[in-house]
Design a protein around this ligand. Structure first.
Ligand SMILES: C[S@@+](CC[C@H](N)C(=O)[O-])C[C@H]1O[C@@H](n2cnc3c(N)ncnc32)[C@H](O)[C@@H]1O
Length: 288
């Protein structure tokens, strides 16, 4: 059974996977994904046997990484906690009670696995899987009103846990990949996209957002890794800024993938996306 993302995450790469897979290098050492989110490409690589070395997954969002840690290290306990939550599916009051935990001073003292169960529960039952914090850092996405949300698929959780056993997890900024990646490693960047238009802006994944300065800083990190001899792959929107930042890379392509294009989740469309690689896919010398 394949391992699938266990969270609904904005910007999930499900639709783009075939395009990304055809552009992988023939072989690579470790795999790094510094904006891991739901981890669609990581799981796909694991399922297809392409991960020969270990992997390093990271993200700026500590609650997200805490979920990955709990699935990796305490999967049975986590499944049991999520199964206990099942009778409360569709219960608005219960949703707001659980959501309100982070308004109490003892919130961070709760066991980590309990916090991960809360994050997964909220992700699955809030409006559209939205991860949104108010300016006090409290989760504030509203109730999703789903009749029968799939909060836990125990078999998938166990498979995900297996996939994560050799994985190093970190919370932090994408630039920390510079401290870890070595020549021959594959780094896949899936940043919050450059907005296609001001109204389509969908960059507020974190308190800080991800503005033009961040996109420029990311391009610098991309070039430094390429220079080092890493295989670097990136997806972004097909916008003037993104195209300019990566102009001249060996792969610089516009592709179309049907995806959610705004946060109400209903608008789907074929929007062009940009894929950039620092190498010619499948024509690299074998690295090991
Ligand atoms: C487009 S999503 C990744 C989607 C993911 N590839 C998937 O398939 O679900 C972008 C992610 O970047 C993270 N992020 C935002 N700013 C960051 C930063 N400065 N460093 C690292 N991660 C960041 C967000 O928390 C979010 O999870």
């Amino acid at each position: 059974m394949p391992a699938r993302p266990f969270l609904k995450w904005a910007g999930g790469k499900g639709q783009l996977l075939p395009e990304l897979m055809t552009r992988l290098p023939t072989r690579f050492r470790r795999y790094h994904e510094p904006f891991v989110g739901g981890g669609a490409l990581f799981f796909h690589l694991w399922n297809s046997g392409r991960l020969r070395g270990s992997a390093v997954l990271s993200d700026y969002n500590p609650e997200l990484i805490a979920c990955y840690e709990s699935v990796r290290d305490h999967v049975e306990e986590l499944i049991a906690l999520l199964l206990d939550l099942r009778p409360h599916f569709g219960d608005r009051e219960f949703f707001y009670a659980i959501r309100g935990w982070d308004r109490h001073p003892d919130f961070q003292q709760r066991p980590k696995v309990e916090l991960a169960a809360r994050t997964i529960f909220l992700n699955r039952t809030c409006y559209n899987g939205l991860y949104r914090l108010n300016n006090r850092g409290q989760f504030n996405a509203p109730f999703g009103n789903y009749r029968n949300p799939l909060i836990v698929d125990p078999e998938n959780m166990r498979e995900v846990s297996r996939a994560l056993q050799q994985v190093e997890l970190h919370v932090g900024d994408f630039s920390a990949v510079l401290e870890r990646a070595e020549p021959g490693d594959l780094v896949y960047f899936d940043p919050p996209y450059v907005p296609v238009s001001a109204t389509a802006s969908f960059t507020a994944y974190t308190h800080q957002g991800f503005a033009e300065a961040e996109q420029r800083r990311l391009a610098t990190v991309f070039m430094a890794l390429a220079e080092r001899g890493c295989f670097v792959m990136l997806s972004n929107s097909y916008t003037d800024l993104a195209r300019t930042l990566y102009a001249g890379q060996p792969v610089h392509e516009s592709i179309y993938a049907s995806r959610k294009i705004n946060c109400d989740g209903k608008k789907r469309g074929n929007v062009p996306e940009l894929i950039v690689c620092s190498y010619e896919p499948r024509s690299q010398p074998v690295t090991r």
